[in-house]
Design a protein around this ligand. Structure first.
Ligand SMILES: Cc1cc2nc3c(=O)[nH]c(=O)nc-3n(C[C@H](O)[C@H](O)[C@H](O)COP(=O)(O)OP(=O)(O)OC[C@H]3O[C@@H](n4cnc5c(N)ncnc54)[C@H](O)[C@@H]3O)c2cc1C
Length: 489
């Protein structure tokens, strides 16, 4: 089989590559291969079974059209300072302008026009003062909140647009390997309907997301694609009642706090805050159950959840951060008999496990009911655990009640960002014809940043095809105020 451009993975990075190619008038044949299903066929059975049934062959939450974005709560971070290190590769100005441009596309496809996190200057100042006193840095970033249901509608419209404009999307198609000869990528090996096939193309774009990071790392080693290990984040998902987070939820919507707690001074940060949200479980291909959180636009719980993540880097003699985090996850899963573990903060400080009946004595009811009460401290490395405990106690100065006895800590929360692919600002890798985008490239960590990497990729390919330099719209400069801080998803 032959095509012009093959895109592996129909997440935001892959989708926006195809979308921008079409918008810029490309006539090349685009083939997207996606191991999951079309967005309208993605259904997490948990809404009826009430518990995760570990769908096979793939988890619907992370796999299928729109990737991890479909069932995410769809918070588009509108500042170049949030969502990954791509701006350091392409330049901050280009990153912000492309965010503004891409945001408009989301609006065209039906995103809510309201932006969270603007205004409230005096209240933000008060919160920042408390953060400073607690030794934490407060980061504020404007956010367009799509909401889980709305995100699915928007991505459905995009899927239909791509199909109507001639993009071939092969669902249930698993990319097994790349065809690389003499450092030139010529296509991909795929498995479709149980049969192996090869798709040849001039340009191959790997945009396989976080769950494909491991796969891509193996291919890098096999084919000599230049890359280097990056960071992995290990942490917990914290859940408290809305009353505790009321002030920051209403003023900031998402309070991003960063600290370097003693004694280790590792970077610890809050991430993905979901007011009125739900704690959720995701399953990776190797049966690793990890915790996450999301919020719906209309359905609300009485709780707020957010992640607390501790960054880990390795150099010598060990340099495999993904493998390290997986081992931590496996150990935690083992102690939870394959389920997510949950423990009360007070029990952690007392050095005891949490029992199921103790959970029902609290004001706080877990929104992930099939999480198993137990002892997360038996699985989380000492350094990580101390970082998390000290950070939670610091956050308590900004959000009184955050370090309460009943505060719930779910584990494992793992973010695999590792294996950064070496590339230039035009996304050329060490293998000609191969481009790596989005979260699996190690350069992005969020919906918007992955989307803009796709937009820029689509533009580059269109420029080469059409032999012209595509100028940006002159009126898309700073529609959204940018904060002065730095934060990465
Ligand atoms: C529960 C949850 C909530 C989130 N909430 C937010 C949020 O609010 N805001 C935010 O900015 N970010 C959020 N994120 C992160 C965001 O979803 C990702 O950063 C983003 O989706 C990355 O886009 P991507 O295109 O790089 O990869 P992905 O979206 O992961 O897409 C990759 C696609 O590639 C496919 N694939 C992988 N390997 C293969 C293969 N070998 N063959 C064929 N197909 C393959 C996968 O099935 C997947 O569909 C959330 C993530 C999760 C899981």
């Amino acid at each position: 089989m032959k095509t012009d451009i093959v895109i592996i993975g129909a997440g935001p990075a892959g989708i926006f590559t195809a979308l921008e190619l079409i918008r810029k008038g490309s006539r090349q044949k685009i083939t997207m291969i996606e191991k999951g299903k079309a967005i309208e066929k993605r259904k997490c059975p948990k809404s009826t079974t009430q518990k995760c049934v570990s769908c096979k062959p793939y988890c619907h939450i992370t796999t299928g059209f729109s990737g991890a974005g479909a069932f995410s709560d769809g918070k588009l971070s509108l500042s170049y300072e949030v969502g990954g290190d791509l701006p350091s590769l392409i330049g901050e100005d280009i990153a912000q302008r492309t965010i503004n441009y891409t945001d408009r596309i989301y609006l065209e496809f039906g995103a809510d026009t309201h932006i969270e996190g603007l205004g409230n200057t005096q209240e933000v100042k008060e919160i920042r003062k408390c953060a400073i006193q607690a030794g934490l840095k407060l980061v504020d970033c404007p956010i367009r909140h799509l909401g889980t249901e709305k995100a699915q509608e928007i991505y459905y419209s995009i899927e239909q647009y791509l199909l109507e404009n001639g993009v071939e999307i092969l669902f249930g198609c698993n990319c097994k390997n790349l065809v690389i000869e003499n450092q030139v990528c010529k296509g991909v090996h795929v498995e479709l309907d149980g049969k192996d096939d090869v798709i040849y193309a001039q340009s191959v774009i790997a945009a396989t997301g976080r769950r494909g990071a491991d796969w891509l790392e193996k291919l890098c080693s096999e084919h000599g694609i230049d890359h280097y290990p990056s960071t992995v984040d290990i942490g917990v998902r914290v859940e408290v009642r809305n009353e505790i987070m009321e002030q920051v939820n209403s003023v900031l919507y998402e309070s991003k706090l960063i600290g370097y707690p003693l004694p280790f001074k590792n970077k610890v940060r809050t991430f993905c805050q979901n007011p009125g949200g739900f704690v959720s479980q995701e399953n990776y291909d190797n049966d690793l159950a990890v915790v996450n959180g999301h919020s719906y636009k209309n359905l609300k719980s009485g709780n707020t959840n957010l992640a607390i993540l501790c960054s880990h880097n390795f150099s010598h003699p060990f340099n495999q951060p993904i493998a390290y985090a997986q081992k931590v996850g496996e150990l935690t899963n083992m102690l939870g008999a394959g389920k997510i573990l949950v423990q009360r903060f007070g029990d952690i400080l007392e050095g005891k496990r949490t029992w199921a009946d103790e959970l029902s004595r609290s004001n706080l009811r877990p929104t992930l009911p099939d999480a198993v009460a137990g002892d997360i401290t038996s699985a989380i490395p000492y350094r990580t655990m101390i970082n998390i405990i000290n950070f939670i106690q610091a956050v308590d100065h900004v959000v009184p009640g955050f370090a309460s006895i009943e505060t719930l800590l779910y584990s494992p929360e793992l973010k695999f960002y590792s294996n950064r692919i070496k590339m230039d600002k035009d996304f050329n890798t060490s293998v000609k014809g191969l481009y790596c985008l989005g979260d699996s490239s190690g350069w992005t960590r969020g919906l918007m940043m992955a989307s803009i990497m796709g937009v820029l990729m689509g533009r580059k390919l269109a420029e080469v095809e059409l032999g012209i330099k595509i100028e940006e719209d002159p009126d898309i400069s700073s529609e959204v105020p940018v904060n002065e801080n730095n934060f990465c998803f």
